[in-house]
Design a protein around this ligand. Structure first.
Ligand SMILES: [Zn+2]
Length: 65
């Protein structure tokens, strides 16, 4: 077998940058007139909020392109 081997095959498609937690709510400070906390929804820049890593079909088929 050639090439890097993932730690486990079960989570091989989870985004390595966010570990699957692709969206976060970030407080922007302050509250609105109803007392709700103002938050911004930010997506992981690597997976664009999907939480999965796009593995090419060739890699899934054994790593030969
Ligand atoms: Zn991600």
């Amino acid at each position: 077998m050639t090439g890097p081997i993932p730690a486990t095959t079960a989570n091989a498609r989870i985004c390595p940058n966010c570990d699957g937690f692709a969206t976060a709510a970030v407080s922007s400070g302050g509250r609105d007139h109803r007392g709700h906390l103002r938050t911004l929804t930010v997506n992981c820049p690597a997976c664009h909020g999907h939480g999965t890593w796009h593995t090419r079909a060739a890699q899934l088929a054994g790593g030969r392109a």
